[in-house]
Write a protein that binds this ligand. Structure first.
Ligand code: ATP
Length: 250
């Protein structure tokens, strides 16, 4: 498991070999009216347990489509997808719902937290129904928000609201954390705090973390970087060293 701690300066990357996801020739075609959109054109990929993986690529290249299929939010049109030994492409809706509930945390660009509930109450929505959750307090602390637990979303900055969303996503101790543009709506300072929260979760809990971003600077904190072009993977690279979020050039 990777546990290099990029606190300051460059830290060596530690390779892992245990796969958390595997995809084989995955395609996704959206039928919209008379037009077929080929969002994925045969993606074969390995994603590794415990890693912080960054997905980069032009708008429309298929990143979100793949993330949604990995997260059990959408179905592939063809090909196969495994989460460890569980073949997601063999599951029906009920199986996918159970898979998402048991194993996956999601963080999206817009935080989707409940405005009428405090940070603590937003996280408690999850901890009340999860099987072996951490307390809302622990989740918020891990997201760097212990000083704002009883604030309402309107009293929090965008970065703080996103960290409530991160606390909510990690509270059930998911094995994977899937993040679609988690800093897309944030300026550099609050964005860095969100990345620090994600990096801490990945390092301390070993949560396999996959982050889609348009900010190429963020790739420097990844163990592995997967580039997309035209519905396929164009390049996979491993960083020899990783930098801390505070050193990312925005
Ligand atoms: N629900 C949908 N119905 C029809 N077409 C879709 C749908 N979702 C995505 N697409 C199309 O599939 C292609 C891939 O989209 P996707 O969102 O996966 O790309 P992306 O790389 O994540 O882009 P972005 O960086 O802009 O989010 C695009 O052409 C997009 O317009």
């Amino acid at each position: 498991m990777s546990s290099a701690q990029p606190q300051s300066g460059k830290e060596p990357n530690v390779a892992t070999t245990e796969r958390v996801f595997r995809t084989e020739k995955v395609t996704k075609v959206y039928h919209t009216g008379s037009v077929d959109v080929h969002a994925l054109r045969g993606v074969t990929a390995d994603l590794y347990a415990g890693e912080f993986t960054v997905l980069l690529g032009a708008s429309g290249s298929g990143k979100s489509t793949l993330l949604n299929i990995l997260g059990g939010l959408d179905h592939a049109s063809s090909g196969r997808v495994w989460f460890r030994d569980l073949e997601l492409t063999g599951l029906g809706e009920r199986g996918l719902t159970r898979y998402r509930r048991d194993h996956v945390g999601f963080v999206f660009q817009f935080y989707n937290i409940v405005p009428s509930l405090t940070a603590r109450e937003n996280v408690a929505l999850v901890t009340e129904i999860a099987e072996d959750p951490m307390t809302p307090e622990e989740a918020l602390e891990r997201a760097g928000l212990s000083h704002r637990m009883d604030h309402f979303p309107a009293e929090l900055s965008g970065g703080e609201q996103q960290r409530v969303a991160i606390a909510r996503a990690i509270a059930k101790r998911p094995e994977v954390l899937l993040c679609d543009e988690p800093t897309g709506a944030l300026d550099s300072m609050t964005g860095v705090q969100v990345l620090e929260a994600l990096e801490g979760v990945n390092r301390e809990l070993g949560t396999s973390t996959i982050v889609i971003t348009h900010n190429a600077g963020i790739q420097a904190m990844a163990h592995r970087v997967i580039r997309f072009a035209d519905g396929n993977i164009s390049e996979v690279t491993q960083n020899e060293t990783r930098v801390s979020p505070s050193e990312i050039v925005w």
